[in-house]
Design a protein around this ligand. Structure first.
Ligand SMILES: [Zn+2]
Ligand SMILES: [Zn+2]
Length: 106
């Protein structure tokens, strides 16, 4: 696949809500490895705070759904630990029940 075909493929996956197939593809796994190598397997957000955390996710700064053309762009990727990655995706937390609800019931 050339890069135009890759972008078409990613767009089609998004349309069919099958983006998992992208994350399972060798194209992504290789690129993810590259990003982790570049960042020394270190969470870049923790690093900015002077902390060290092992990175276990590679995040798209510009989300793949909006910018499929940047899905495999190394400059758009950043290595993060799980908790920093969650911070980057508040939409994932939306459906969780809010803590402290009903605390003052009486
Ligand atoms: Zn972190
Ligand atoms: Zn992410």
């Amino acid at each position: 696949m050339n890069s135009t075909e890759v972008i078409q493929w990613i767009k089609a996956l998004i349309q069919h809500k099958n983006i998992k197939a992208f994350y399972n593809s060798i194209l992504w796994l290789n690129k993810r490895r590259e990003a982790l190598d570049r960042d020394n397997n270190e969470c870049q957000k923790c690093k900015d705070r002077g902390l060290f955390s092992q990175a276990n996710c590679v995040h798209h700064r510009k989300h793949i759904k909006k910018y499929p053309e940047l899905a495999l762009d190394l400059d758009n990727l950043i290595s993060l630990c799980n908790s920093c990655h969650d911070e980057e995706h508040p939409e994932k937390l939306k459906n969780k029940p809010k803590p402290q609800l009903n605390v003052e019931r009486w």
